[in-house]
Design a protein around this ligand. Structure first.
Ligand code: AR6
Length: 194
């Protein structure tokens, strides 16, 4: 049926877990929900629009007080109306092709900083959207490889325990699922759940 969702795909990595899920990130029950923000933290469309709608207007107010966030970095606010989470982490990914060849490094950094900020806030579980893979135009297959390696390393380091990577569309989920299978093939610390 066209409205069925792909089944989640999980892997054990060190003492933690990574699960790819298809769906809406605002439905996730995790301590930290990451949104794909712009550097002005002004809100917008896509996943950021969904997160701001679910959290309510206090989220934009908190973002205004922070005043912005550089590309490749991330900042935390309370989750306000997103009651099943404690923090929203506003990660700023690169606009693809606008960074003098630094797109990949900046995408990795946006993920790494999100995990560091989550850990600093005391969060052990975190959900990511596909940062930069919407209007910012990052090619999703390469984005998946970059994101999964950063997450693997954070789980191995014990920075967080549970990572959920939430893909909105089935096509996006399939690309990430293939990237996770490829990573499990080349990296014995990544063990797919059967
Ligand atoms: N849950 C999970 N993923 C979602 C959802 C959702 N509810 N909605 C969309 N996606 P984008 P970017 C996916 O464009 O490329 C905003 O205006 C979507 O399918 O949201 O980093 C910000 O304010 C895609 O795979 O983020 C910035 O200005 C992924 O989320 C700018 O867009 C990211 O798409 C950031 O652009």
């Amino acid at each position: 049926m066209s409205n069925t969702r792909s089944n989640p795909l999980s892997a054990r990595i060190g003492a933690g877990s990574l699960t790819l899920v298809q769906g809406d990130i605002t439905s996730e029950s995790v301590q930290a929900i990451v949104t794909a923000a712009n550097s002005g933290l002004r809100g917008g469309g896509g996943v950021d629009g969904a997160v701001h709608r679910a959290a309510g207007p206090e989220l934009l107010e908190a973002c205004r007080e922070l005043g912005g966030c550089p590309t490749g970095d991330a900042v935390a606010t309370p989750a306000f109306g997103l009651r099943q989470a404690e923090r929203v982490i506003h990660a700023v990914g690169p606009i693809y092709g606008r960074n003098e060849g630094r797109d990949e490094e900046l995408l990795a950094s946006a993920h790494r900083r999100s995990l560091e900020v989550a850990a600093a806030e005391g969060c052990r579980s975190i959900a990511f959207p596909a940062i930069s893979c919407g209007v910012y135009g990052f090619p999703i297959a390469r984005a998946a490889q970059i994101a999964l390696v950063v997450i693997r390393d954070a789980l191995l380091a014990g920075q967080v325990e549970e990572v959920r990577y939430v893909l909105f569309a089935d096509a996006e989920f399939q690309v990430f699922a293939q990237a996770l299978r490829d990573l499990a093939n080349e990296s014995e610390v990544v063990q797919l759940a059967s």
